[in-house]
Design a protein around this ligand. Structure first.
Ligand code: ATP
Ligand code: MG
Length: 388
């Protein structure tokens, strides 16, 4: 990771000498001869470190500290002082300067100071990244229950390791939302997440969906088309309902994952691909393997890490937060203004088994919201099979 330095000094020889030295050390260097030039550069470039002379012609260098301290993130400032300016340098440190160095520059000392500055910046960036992933990840997904915390923790680790992940759970438990969580919390967040519902696509079409086809590969294939493996390259492919994939397709998928190469339908050239595979299923895959309906070798390939999302009835303590979150989501989407449920409704929810899990909860809340007159959902609006 490179760092940028802005050198502010009115003496051209000094600027040039420092510039040459820093470039050799692989910094990206900008320079300015006046405070206005320095401000312009600070506004147009992402500067990590400012080396700031105290006397810049008739200007007073530390005046720039006021501008710098308002920036987010604020660049680290190293003051360059002439003989006899130490008191002033100490003052400047109080105003937010990172350190000071005396002229003429002692280069080993400069190296050490820059090293400390870049370490501080690296740390700040790391904290910022962590904070971002946390805020991003937790803004669309709820779970305080111990089993759910474990799900998040495993998901984050597996995301960081970029391995194949098998997401298992009953219908409506949140397999798709966990896939999104894995995508956002891992290093492939800025790359595509391509979902494929293997159950919704006919087996004959699935192959060309995944691997693409060459022009003329079959009737109607008048143009070459890239498949999802190529489209998701360097990102993530999410194979939803993987258990409904035909044995024949399973073999082709396994080969693609193992070789990290695909071949378009009707093509002969092998195309290298770099995709992380997420797969989800609500079926008992080991049982399917016994019955000869799922390939064992593919199963082990897909579940380098397996994540089991517990059913809603095993994490009822998350109900209040889930209800609040889903109601806000529904209200926003449909323009309602429902803020909560009555205590009787919450009781009924706690006593229900939720075979359809979070999706069933969401549907119940949505239906009740439509027929609700106030801002609180009452028992009368809740589907009867739930309050039974
Ligand atoms: N922990 C959660 N926090 C917030 N919303 C959730 C959570 N889990 C699930 N949901 C919501 O519940 C609904 C169902 O979730 P999702 O589609 O991810 O389930 P699924 O396991 O993929 O279901 P299926 O097996 O039927 O495909 C979605 O609207 C989703 O946003
Ligand atoms: Mg799903």
């Amino acid at each position: 990771m490179g760092f940028t330095i802005l050198v502010v000094d009115d003496e051209e020889n000094f600027r040039e000498g420092i510039r040459q030295y820093l470039i050799k050390k692989e910094y990206e260097v900008f320079d300015a001869a006046t405070l206005d030039e320095a401000r312009a550069t600070l506004n147009s470039q992402a500067i990590d470190i400012v080396m700031l002379d105290v006397q810049i012609g008739k200007e007073y260098g530390p005046d720039l500290l006021y501008d710098i301290q308002l920036m987010r993130p604020a660049p680290k400032t190293i003051l360059i002082t002439a003989y006899g300016e130490v008191d002033m340098a100490v003052d400047a440190m109080k105003n937010g300067a990172f350190d000071f160095l005396a002229k003429p520059i002692n280069f080993p000392l400069l190296d050490a100071t820059l090293h400390r500055a870049t370490e501080a910046i690296r740390l700040q960036r790391e904290i910022e990244n962590l904070r971002n992933t946390y805020q991003k990840s937790y803004s669309f997904i709820i779970g305080k229950n111990e089993k759910m915390k474990r799900v998040f923790r495993d998901a984050e680790r597996a995301a960081a390791a970029q391995v194949s992940i098998l997401i298992l759970g009953e219908t409506g438990t949140g397999k798709e939302i966990i896939a999104k969580f894995i995508h956002q919390s891992g290093p492939r967040a800025s790359k595509p997440l391509m979902p494929v519902n293997c159950a919704a696509i006919q087996p004959t079409i699935l192959e060309s969906e995944l691997f693409g086809h060459e022009a003329g590969a079959f009737t109607n294939a008048d143009k070459m088309r890239k498949g999802l493996f190529e489209v998701a390259d360097s990102g993530i492919l999410f194979l939803d309902e993987i258990s409904s994939m035909s044995m024949d397709m399973q073999a082709k998928l396994l080969r693609a994952i193992e070789d990290k190469k695909i071949r378009r339908v009707g093509g002969s050239k092998e195309i290298p691909v770099d995709v992380q595979i997420l797969a989800a299923s609500n079926h008992d895959i080991p049982k399917m393997i016994e019955k000869g309906e799922f390939r064992e070798d593919l199963y082990y390939r897909l579940r380098i890490v397996d994540i089991h999302i517990p059913p809603l009835r095993e994490r009822l303590e998350d109900l209040p937060e889930l209800v609040g979150f889903l109601l806000r989501q529904i209200s926003q989407e449909c323009g309602f203004n429902i803020t909560g449920v009555s205590p009787q409704v919450m009781d009924a929810f706690r006593n229900y088994s939720w075979p359809g899990n979070v999706r069933e909860l969401r549907n119940a809340l949505e239906r009740a919201s439509i027929f609700c007159d106030g801002d609180t959902l009452e028992l009368s609006g809740i589907p009867s099979d739930i309050i039974r």
